[in-house]
Structures are given as C-alpha cells and as structure tokens.
Design a binder for this molecule. Sequence first.
Ligand SMILES: Cc1cc2nc3c(=O)[nH]c(=O)nc-3n(C[C@H](O)[C@H](O)[C@H](O)COP(=O)(O)OP(=O)(O)OC[C@H]3O[C@@H](n4cnc5c(N)ncnc54)[C@H](O)[C@@H]3O)c2cc1C
Length: 418
Amino acid sequence: MKRILVIGAGFAGLWSALSAARKLDELHHGADEAEVAIVNPAPFHSVRVRNYEQPLDPTLVQLDTVLGPAGVKLIQAKATDIDSANRRVCIERDGATEALDYDRLILAAGSVLVRPPIPGLERFSFDVDTYAGACKLQAHLLTLPALPDTPGRYTAVVVGAGLTGIELAAELPSRLREIVADDDRGKVRVVLADRSTHIAHAMGGAQPVIEGALKTLDVDTRAGVSLESLDAQGVTLTDGATSERIEAATVVWCGGMHANALAGQLPVTLDPLGRVPVDAFLRAEGVPGVFAAGDCARILIDGTRPSVMSCQHGRPMGRYAGNNAVCDLFGMEMLPLSIDWYTTICDLGPWGAVYTEGWDRKLVSEGETAKATKRTINGERIYPPRTGVREDIFRAAAPVVQTPPPTQRNPTQREDPR
Ligand SMILES: Cc1cc2nc3c(=O)[nH]c(=O)nc-3n(C[C@H](O)[C@H](O)[C@H](O)COP(=O)(O)OP(=O)(O)OC[C@H]3O[C@@H](n4cnc5c(N)ncnc54)[C@H](O)[C@@H]3O)c2cc1C
C-alpha cells in the first residue's frame, strides 16, 4: 500500500491531507491501495491566526471531525526526524519512537516564534504564537487583580508591531478592562513597541489609519526602540543611545516567525526564514518524493514574489501540495500554483480593522466595514466545513485559488502619505 504522509495539521497540513484524500477519491483509489496519514501532536487543528482573541475555544477544530469523514488517518505524535534518502520519518508517540515509511511526504510543520537571546525573554515574556501560549497569557491576565498593587500591575507591553503585535495590542485595553475592578480601570495601560521608525511601517496606505486607531484605543506606541531586557517587574527599551524603563506585569513578545526546525533536515538550502524552497508544484527542490507547504516552504507565489508566512498562502499551498503528491505518485500531471492577488486584513479590536490590497498595501476599507470582512475570514473562510459531510470537505479541498475576501469599499480612501 502507498502512503502519503503529512507532517503538521495546521492550515497547510490539514488542507494537504484533505486535498490528497480528495484526489485519491476522485481517482477511485481505495483504502487498500493508498492511505493519507497526518502526524500532529494535538488532536485539534488550531486556527492560529485567532490567538490574539478571546475566548479561545472557538479557535479549535477537533481533527477527527474533519479527517474522519475524509478517510485520513490521524497519528497523534511529534515528527522528530526526516530521512528523505530512505523515505522514512521518525515520530515520538507516548514516549516511544516509531518509524513511518512514506511514498510521498508533505512537510507542513509551520513556524515558531523567533526568540533572540534577550535577557529575561524566555522566562518573563508571554506570547500568542500557539494556542497554549495564548491560554497561558489569558490565565496570567486573570491573576492580575490578585497581585500586589504595584505600578505596573495593569500595564502590558507588547514588543513587535508586526500584524500579530498590532492585533494583540488593539485587543488588550478592552480585555484588561474586563478583568480589572471598576475602580482600577483607569490604571490599565498598553504599550506597543517596535524597532522600526514607524509603528506598522510596512502597512502602506493603512499605516496612518492603524496609528490613529491605536491612539483612539489608548495604546501608547514606541517606535525606533528595541527590547534590551525584561524581568518580573517590567521591561527596558532602548533606542541605542537612551533607555526607557516601563514597569509592567505583562510583557508579550511578538518578534516574528521562523520556519520549523524540521525544514533543516532536508538536503536543501533554506531561505533566510528557514524555509524549504519549493517549485510551482510544491515539490521540495532537489528532494525526490518530498513536498512542502505553508510557513515551512517558500514558493514564488505569483511566479516572482516569495510567499508570505500566512494562512492566506498556507491554505492554497496545502490544497495544491496534497493534490500534486497524489498526481506525482500515480504518474499524473500536476497543477502549478499561482496566485495573482494579495490582501492584508489587520484587526484593530473594538476600533474595527483595515483591509489593504496589493503588495504595496493600498487601503481599501477601514473601521467597521473592514471588521465585518475580518469576522467572516476569522469565523468562516479559513475553517474547514464543519458539517462532517465528506462531499462538503472534498469540495473545499479542491486545488483551486479562491478569489480575495469580498469587502465593501469605504467611501473615503487615503493614500500612503510617505
Ligand atoms: C496571532 C497570530 C495572528 C496571525 N494573523 C494572521 C492573519 O491575519 N493572516 C494570515 O494570513 N496569517 C496570520 N498569521 C500567520 C499564520 O497563523 C501562519 O502563517 C499559519 O498558521 C501557517 O500555517 P501552517 O500550516 O504553515 O503552520 P501552523 O498553522 O503553525 O501549523 C503547523 C502545525 O504543525 C504542527 N507541528 C509542528 N511541529 C511538528 C512536529 N515536529 N511534528 C508534527 N507536527 C508538528 C503544529 O502543532 C501545527 O499543528 C498569524 C499568526 C499568529 C500567531
């Protein structure tokens, strides 16, 4: 029996597995001929992009509810080694090591938060990189009212103003105010710090809108500063010449992502983000039998630009990788992936959101209009069908490129003033 093995059940891995199962079904290859198996440490698919939100329960999809109807086998384990020469993957399950042979492998183990060796970072910072990290942050916030009344008890510093840091900072004032006693609401303070000269510097036409929204939400911003150190009482930021001390019981590190270390086990030259270079068919360059998708992989998404670590790219990469792994296995023509649009939708908490189009991030909508689109994306578009119906799941797993998320265009559109 042939085996298509997928590592990781995030956006790329889940859709890889479902797409491979769909293609096998279409080709009428039965379970005695070929199987699709997916290795993932948790029994759930985490809608990771929602980790800045509360509550977190709706961000989990139990894998058996989606994989079961599709006939995909879930192996709840952690992949530890890839031996691409012998087409074998080692996994750790319940403390024991096992080897799994494969005919085609799809590496979709995602990415991890970059953690530079900043004093105190490992010990004192929180993150929203994973479901577990986001739960830990919320559990900590709930303890704040019981802590001694120090100056930084209700101060949260978010370090890193990429999309994740902005989305979290925009949510935190209201999240903290919900937790603290009425008399203490005035003590809530949220600071967003970044080493770039402008907060949201890469957001094109949306940059001034984001700055304005953060101001309305009472988020203090610090641009042009790096995190020097942190301890149990707060952080020290530096612009290289002077330092600023901020007392804070909560520090959240949002310092960027790096591909999963498993990518480094393939005999390829990784890109600066640690990603495996793949061709238009999602094949790992120069590694027979191996495909890669999502944050682990770097594809030229429109033929010229590298993919972005995002679910926007990870999901279609998965749908094509799964389809192509089956086609490759059975000697059929594969489909090249090419996406000619790019959008960014950044949540700005109670203020709303911003929606931009294109690689230069032209502002399309803002406020409640963009928020309605963000809600649809976060609550529906990026979820697998939850009907439990095999046909629904296979329809969603077809290797096609979706159109951009529809949005109403706001009447007033601003250009990037810079
Ligand atoms: C707070 C936050 C907000 C974000 N917002 C957006 C957004 O608005 N839009 C957007 O497009 N992107 C956003 N992103 C980025 C997006 O979440 C990632 O790009 C996306 O999750 C990548 O999908 P993936 O499948 O490659 O990896 P992941 O979703 O990380 O999934 C990887 C899977 O592999 C599993 N895995 C890891 N190691 C192993 C192993 N050794 N063995 C087996 N399994 C393993 C993991 O447990 C996980 O299930 C955001 C990220 C964060 C953290």
